[in-house]
Design a protein around this ligand. Sequence first.
Ligand code: SF4
Length: 488
Amino acid sequence: MNSHKQAALIIVGHGSTTNPDSSAPTHLHADSIRRRGLFREVACCFWKEEPNMREVYEMVDSKVIYIVPNFISEGYFCQQVLPRELQLSGPTTQRAGKTIHYCDPVGIHPNMTRLLIQRADEVAPHVPREQTSLVIVGHGTSLNENSTKAIQDQVALIRSGPYGFAEVIDAYMEEAPFVAEWAKLTTAPNVVVVPFFIADGLHSFQDIPVLLGMREEVGAALSEVGVFHHNPHQLQGRSIYYSGAIGTEPLMADVILDQVHDFDAKHAVQDKIEMPNDEVKSSLAYWLNSGLDELGEVVITTNDDGSYSLCHVADRGADNLQIHRETNDALLIARNDASGTFRPLHTAPTLKRGWRLDLASLEDLRLALDFFYPAAIGMARALEQEKLTSVPLRDLLGRQTGMYRFVNTITDDQAHALIGKTCANTNCLRRILWPLTPAQPMAGAAEAKTRPNHATNGIPLLCIEACTHVVSAARKAARENHEAKSAE
Ligand code: SF4
C-alpha cells in the first residue's frame, strides 16, 4: 500500500449558500483523516462554498494530489462539472509540476454497504433484521441514470450478502419506485429508512419525512423537532425507524481513504516521494516576521513562546474574550455571524467578535486561517511570486452548463453593474483580480473592486474568479433579458 505522507488529499463537496449542514460532513471527514496523519495536507473545496475548485490548488504545496469527490453518484457533477472546474484531463493530470489523481466518488464504493448496515443497526438497535425492511432512499431524476445506480448496486449487495433483512429495496423522491409508496413496497412490521445523501438538509429533514407520512406537510425543519431521535414512528400499523443521511456517518472518512487506495491499485500508481517546498507556511512565517498581522477581520499575535493567538481585529487588546484552543474552532467561529446567520461568504465583514483562538504551531495557524479565509494565504503567496492566475468573467460564464448555460448572454454593461452591486452588497473584503475578458479590464461600478484595499499591516484577500453570488446574479440578469425578448 502506498504511503501518502508527502501527498495532499482534496475532498470535494457540493456545499450550499443557504444550508451550513451541506458542507459539514465533508469538513468532518477531512478532520478525521487529518488527525490520522496519513497525508501531508488535507483540504476541502466546494461547488457552492469557499474555497472553490480553482482556489483550493493554492492551499496545498504537495506535488502529488489525490482528489476524492464526496458525492453519491458518478453523475453530472463527477463526470462533467468537477473535471471542468478542477481542470482535469483524465484520471491523472500533470499540471504545473503537480500530479493530480482524480478518484471515484465515495457513494459508488462497495464499502458503502458497511455504512448502510451500521446506520440501520444504530437507528434500530435490537430490532430483528428478519422482521425488518430496509429502504434506501435517493433523490432520483430523469437527468442522469447514474444517480440511481449507486443505490441499486447497494441494494443488490445487501440482498446477496449475509445480512438477513426481510427485504431490501430502493425508493426515490422523484421517480418510481416512489418513497411515498413505502407501505405498498414493504411487507415487514419494521421499516428502516436510510437517505442515501451526502448531507442532511431539506431532503432528509423535511421532504422525505413528509413523503413517508411522518409530517402532514413541509413546515419547520424536522431537525428542530428531533426527527432522528423519536424512533420508531408508528405509521400504517408499522414501526418506522428513520436515520440521518448516510454521508454523515463517521465511517465515510474510511470510504474516502478506500477510494484513494483503489485508485492506486486500479491505475498502478507508483509510490514516489517528492518533497514539497512548504511555500505557503514559509510565506506566512515571513509575513508575520515582517510585521503583517491582519488577514481580513482576524488579527494574529505572535506570542513570546512562539505560539499564536487570533482574535477579531476590533477585539485587539480586549481581555474578556472566550478562549478556544482547537484549530477546528476556527471553522465554527467563522460559520455564523453574531446573530447566528450562516456566512457562506467568508470575506463578508461579518465575522463575530468576542473570541480568542490560541494555537501552538505555525501549521495550526495556517490551517485556522484557511478556515477563516479559505485559500487566502496561498493566493497571497502566489500573487507575490507572480504565479497567481485569475479567470476572466467571460471565461467563467462561458463554461457554465445545465441551468446556468445562458449566463454569458448578459451585456458588458450588465456584467459591470452586477459585479459592482453584488460585491458592494456583500461588502466583500476581497480585491478582484479578474478582468471581463483578457483584453477588457473592469469598468464602471466593478472597477473600484479591482483596487488594493487591505490595511498596510494586512495580508491581501484576493478574488481570482467570480464567486457563486455573481454567477447567480448573472443568471438572473440573463433570464430577465430572455423574458424581455420573448415579450417583444
Ligand atoms: S466576486 Fe465579489 S463578492 Fe464574490 S468573492 Fe469575489 S469580490 Fe467577493
